[in-house]
Each structure stands twice: as C-alpha cells, then as structure tokens.
Design a protein around this ligand. Structure first.
Ligand code: BG6
Length: 501
C-alpha cells in the first residue's frame, strides 16, 4: 500500500470512553502494523485537566486492555506516544480553539509537513455545534489550507435525534466543511464481514442471478445482543434501539444486501446506488407503524445461561417509568423491480437470548416435490446466512439425501468461516475506518442524502409512536428472543424468525 500523507489528528473528547476504548487502540494498531505516515501527530482536546504524560498514561492503560495488539511493550509504546499531546480545553471558549490552532500549526512546521488536519468529534453530541463554531471562528479551516493541505471532519453517531435535528446539524457542518471533507461514521461499515456482503454478491457469478423477487421469499436482518444498556443509560434512554441501531447499522446492512451493483466500486458510485435503494423503501404510515413495527423493553431474566439480569427500568440512570425501546422488530418493503413483494424483517434488541448479528436470505419453497413421502412442506427452504458476528462466516442450507435405503431429504449446511479460511485477525472496524479517513476514501461513510433519507424513514416511526397509545412495558424477559408480538409479526405471514444458534 502507498504511504499515507503526513497528518495531524485532533480528537475532541479525547479523555472519554470512545477515544480510549475504540479510537486510540485502533490508531495504535495501525501504527504498529506500519500503516501510519512517517510524520504525524495526535492532539487530544477535552475538558479534563491533564498534561501530556498523564494523558499518555491513560492511553497506554487503555490500549493494554482494548487493543488487539496487547500487551503493549513499554518502549514500543513510547515511540508511538511521543506523537501524542493533550490540551485541556473548553468547548465553548474561542481561546481554546486559538491555542489549538497555534499548537497544531507549530507541530506541522516542526515536521515540515503541509497543514493536513483531521478533526475527530468524539464528544457527546450536545457540543458538536460548539466545536464546529470553534473550528470556524478560530480559522482552523481557512482558505489557505485548501491549497496547503487538507481538513477533514469525522462525526460520530448519534447524528441528530430525528430528521430535523440531523438536518440542522448537517447544515451547520456543511456551512464550514464541504461534503468531500465530512466523514460520518457507522462502525458497522468498517467490519470485514459487512464489506464481505458486497464481495459475496458481486464477486461470485452464481448468486446475483437469483438475488431478486423471482427466487427470494423474504430476508431477515437481526442484530441481537445479550448485553443490556450497562452504564450508557443516560445516552440510551433518549435514543432507544430505534435510533441506536435501526437508523444506522440496520439500514446500512439492508442497503448492502439489497443495493444494485454500482458502476465502479468507489465512494460516489456506491453511495449513488445506496440512495436509490433507500428512496425505494416504502415509507411508514401510522397504520404501518401500528401493524408492522413492534417495540419492546426488557424485564428481569437470565442471560448467557446463568447471569441474572435486572430489568431496563432498574438499570443505572433509567427512570422507573421509562418507555424507551430496547427492542424493535419491523417489516418493510422495497418498491423497486428487484424487490417488489419481498418482505424484509428487521430486528434488533438488547438482553436477548444469544448474541448474534446476521442476515438470513430465505429462498422460495420448491414448487413441487419429486420425492414421494417427502411432502413439499417437509423439505426446508434454501437459506443463505451471512453471519456478521460472532463466528463470522457464510452458510448455505441445502437439502441432501440422508444415508439409507430410502430417499429421505434432510437439511445440511455448506459453510465458510473466516477463522478457518483466512489466517490472522482481521482489522477492527475502527482501524479500517481511520485508515480510510487518513487516506481520504469516503466509500464506507454516509453521504448527506443517505443519512437524511435513513432519518426520514425512522422519523416516520418515531412520530407514529407519539400518536399511538403508550406501550405497556416491560414486555419481554431478559434472555428470551424478544416480545411475543415480534413473533406474531412474522408468524402471521407463515414465517418464523431465524433463531438457530
Ligand atoms: C453501537 C450501539 O453503535 O453498536 C451499541 O451504540 C451497540 O448500543 C453496538 O451495543 C453494537 O456494536 P457491535 O459492533 O458490538 O455489534
């Protein structure tokens, strides 16, 4: 791979969890594997009072826990950490941004490198707009930089809390940065298994011809977790699973499994196809919200075989009468030539029996059975299961003759697993995404129209809920497969959830 251009990365919110658990471990891995440019520096910007050495120590400790390259050799880490600096700052104080400007310009001069800056917003969203103001007012993105280096901004989720707030935030960002400078992160797009959806579809001649409503009966997309909200109650109670998982990760999985092939595999062409797909998803009326969307909230129960779980309302920071959704299942349709009439069932929830994220593609039943006693009902449908995690891989369920004198057909699996087929550990999602940001490749990031169209769909549901009677929560036990109504949603169509473990 070509060496990346030198750059300075500024991490706003550098003292927080996301920076410690995801961003720095990923940066360290990239550096350790030689993917970093020779000249670089990383500046932490946050409220906590610390000096460089104290900050480096917190990063060291955290990498030791969260990085796939652990344990970290102290001397080796020192070589990395000499590029790391920290500025105790205030998000709404222009002086902090001016000091930042002076600091990073001096660093660029010290390395004799162009003013290539990446501004990473890893703070709570409540300060996003202040940061963009600070960047603008201090002249951090000046015209000069257009000729002498690049400026890029990276924005974490949640990107707004509905269509209007997302649009307002986006307008703010685009008043300072151009679209080609904005990297809106969805870590699912950085996962190897998620990228493999496109490889599977478009690098194999045998699947694409059957990838349509002529052969596919329905598709299920599930992201189920056995964990609860843990210590993230403050954030989660305002978001719910609908914003936390559906608006971003689930819609991205849906667009990759359903998109048309792009003209070229590059940022613009892929995102052009994705927006066509997103626009073809049928919008939800209030009636659809009532009939096709199920929401749930977990009660007490047993998860992961023997762990006792408290109910959502008993979690830290959650009001005892909260009606926030910790589970959502929905059915939607894509009104285009390829998918007309094929239902997509999508679900995501916390405190579910098993952790699994997967896409299950169910092919149509046989029109006729050749094998006497095996009635059509007994022969199972072909199912392709793309497992995003855990046990990353792909399997195809087929019918095979079971051994013996009779012609009995039983289901068997043809499987591929990442672990056994490929050597070494794949990069973490954040490694891939950070590499792409440094390289300037936006293929795995949302464009404005993609992000806002996803919000339109989800805002229809959120608004629908507001006009429907309040749900009676909790409505599913921790350690179960979710609310009974979610089973009803799919069972009444004569189908069942793919709950195989
Ligand atoms: C995050 C959500 O975006 O994704 C979390 O905020 C969720 O609530 C997580 O647990 C799931 O990510 P992964 O990579 O573990 O599937």
């Amino acid at each position: 791979m070509a060496e990346l251009n030198p750059c300075g990365i500024v991490i706003f919110g550098a003292s927080g969890d996301l920076a410690h658990i995801k961003i720095f471990p990923a940066l360290y891995s990239l550096w350790d594997e030689g993917f970093f440019p020779k000249d670089f520096f990383i500046t932490g910007f946050a409220r906590t009072k610390m000096d460089d050495n104290q900050f480096r120590k917190t990063i060291h400790d955290s990498i030791n826990i969260h990085c796939r390259k652990k344990p970290v050799d102290a001397k080796h880490f020192k070589d990395f950490s000499k590029h790391i600096h920290y500025l105790s700052s205030n998000y709404d104080d222009i002086k902090s941004y001016k000091s930042l400007k002076t600091f990073i310009e001096a660093k660029s001069a010290e390395y004799s490198m162009p003013k290539n800056f990446i501004f990473y917003l890893s703070t709570p969203p409540s300060v996003y707009e202040s940061i963009v103001d600070g960047i603008e007012n201090s002249g951090l993105v000046s015209d000069n930089y257009k000729g002498d280096g690049f400026s890029r901004i990276v924005v974490e989720k949640p990107f707004g809390c509905d269509y209007d707030s997302a649009k307002k935030l986006n307008d703010k960002i685009l008043s300072v940065f151009q679209e080609k400078q904005v990297y809106r992160i969805d870590h699912y797009l950085g996962k190897e298994t998620v990228q493999n959806i496109l490889a599977f579809r478009f690098a194999n001649a045998i699947f694409e011809p059957v990838w349509n409503n002529k052969y596919i009966d329905h598709i299920q997309i599930s992201a189920l977790e056995s964990i609860g909200v843990g210590l993230r109650g403050g954030y989660f109670n305002n978001a719910g699973i609908i914003r936390d998982m559906m608006q971003n990760h689930m819609i991205q999985l849906l667009s990759l499994v359903a998109t048309e092939p792009p003209a070229f595999f590059d940022a613009e062409d892929l995102r052009n196809e994705k927006i066509k797909l997103l626009k073809s998803i049928r919008r939800f009326t209030i009636n659809d919200v009532k009939n096709y969307v199920v929401r749930g909230q977990y009660d007490r129960g047993i998860v992961d075989d023997d762990e006792e779980a408290v109910s959502y309302r008993e979690e830290k920071g959650i009001p005892i009468d909260s009606i926030t959704d910790t589970y959502v299942a929905l059915k939607l349709f894509i009104d285009n030539y390829r998918w007309a009439g094929v239902p997509f069932y999508i679900r995501s929830g916390k405190r579910i029996k098993k952790h699994k994220t997967e896409i299950a593609i169910y092919f149509k039943k046989l029109p006729y059975s050749l094998f006497g006693k095996n009635s059509i009902e007994k022969i199972e449908q072909n199912v392709i299961t793309i497992t995003i995690q855990p046990n990353e891989g792909i399997s195809l369920k087929i019918g095979a003759k079971s051994p013996g004198f009779k012609m009995e057909i039983d289901p068997v699996e043809l499987s591929f697993f990442y672990k056994s087929s490929f050597k070494g550990t794949p990069p973490e999602a954040y490694e891939r995404l950070l590499y792409d940001i440094m390289e300037g490749d936006q293929t795995l990031f949302y464009r404005t129209d993609n992000m806002l169209t996803a919000w339109k769909l989800i805002t229809d549901i959120i608004n629908g809920w507001k006009s429907l009677p309040a749900p009676s929560f909790p409505n599913y036990e921790s350690g179960s497969w979710g609310p009974k109504e979610a089973d009803d949603l799919i069972n009444k169509d004569g189908r069942t959830w793919h709950n195989e473990i």
